[in-house]
Design a protein around this ligand. Sequence first.
Ligand code: PLP
Length: 360
Amino acid sequence: GAHGRVFNFSAGPATLPVPVLEQTQSDLINYQGSGMSVMEMSHRGPEFTRIIEEAEADLRKLMEIPDNYKVLFLQGGASQQFSAIPFNLTQPEDTVDQAVTGSWSKKAAEEAGKYCKVNIAAKGDNKSVPDRSTWKLTPGARYLHYCDNETIQGVEFSGAPEVGDTLLVADMSSNFCSKPVDVSKYALIYAGAQKNIGPAGVVVVIVREDLVGKARADTPVTLDYKIMEGSLYNTPPCWSIYVCGLVFKHLLAAGGLSGVKANNDAKAKLVYDAIEASDGFYSSPVEPSVRSNMNIPFTIPSDAALEKEFLQEASKKNMVQLKGHRSVGGMRASVYNSMPLEGAQALADFMKDFQSRHCR
Ligand code: PLP
């Protein structure tokens, strides 16, 4: 491809749009005549103030975030939010409900358990989402936490689960900005940047403003949303925020999130169709109604040695980082926003070709 780039199917950190990378390249040494790199300038100076304000405004436009929500750009990754959320939204005696549908929601539930009482309201089998009618919500729970897209298992919700008056908290790390979302259904949405919107080092938190300012007294200062509001209490991840801002502009120019979703639907369909058309040569472990548009695990059930060969051949054809997560095995194709349609098409074509040469 352009610049000698490969099709990178990594689950994260993931591929970024080439026009964005080109822009960062020219800004790297001298940001728009400032004589400084974004990495070298004051986070309170006029250039960076404009960068962070525009990033927030563009994200608000992109996701149609209502005015009564705060947007924070923080450090510590999505994993740190596993603890920041209970610190900000609970007291030690409170109960929170957690839906566990894969590895990440399980980790989030374990971490929350250090700080408050946890009820596992739903427990999946890593291949499906338990029917909503079977979920056991706790009356008076502070919130229900779930993971909108399980990156490792490839299990994705098609919309916000219905939880009545319970506050809804969502980990959207691996499908953030991949589709339109009704933010008003949520108390809090968080997402590490490194899949769909930028480099590692920044996590976006979108939180309803009435929930900010109620952190428990012993909350570490950098986890307290009230103190971190404005994202400038301490030095923010300037470079990562700058790149995310460029990606937001790129997505807006590409037609916003409904256009992004249409493109993602088309890419995922190419790969799932190749699995389905293979007569069982390839297999997806995930129940069809919850198959992720972002992370597509698949195996070659007849012969695990063929999986190794598949990965080697794919890599020779410049399709890389297709190895499945160690807990699932096989392959995993991550087709985040910045994976071009041609990448998904190349993978689907290769899957058919590989099958025709190895099917017995
Ligand atoms: N949640 C989900 C759904 C993820 O995919 C990941 C990372 O892959 C995380 C949380 C953890 O994110 P971080 O590495 O930013 O802490």
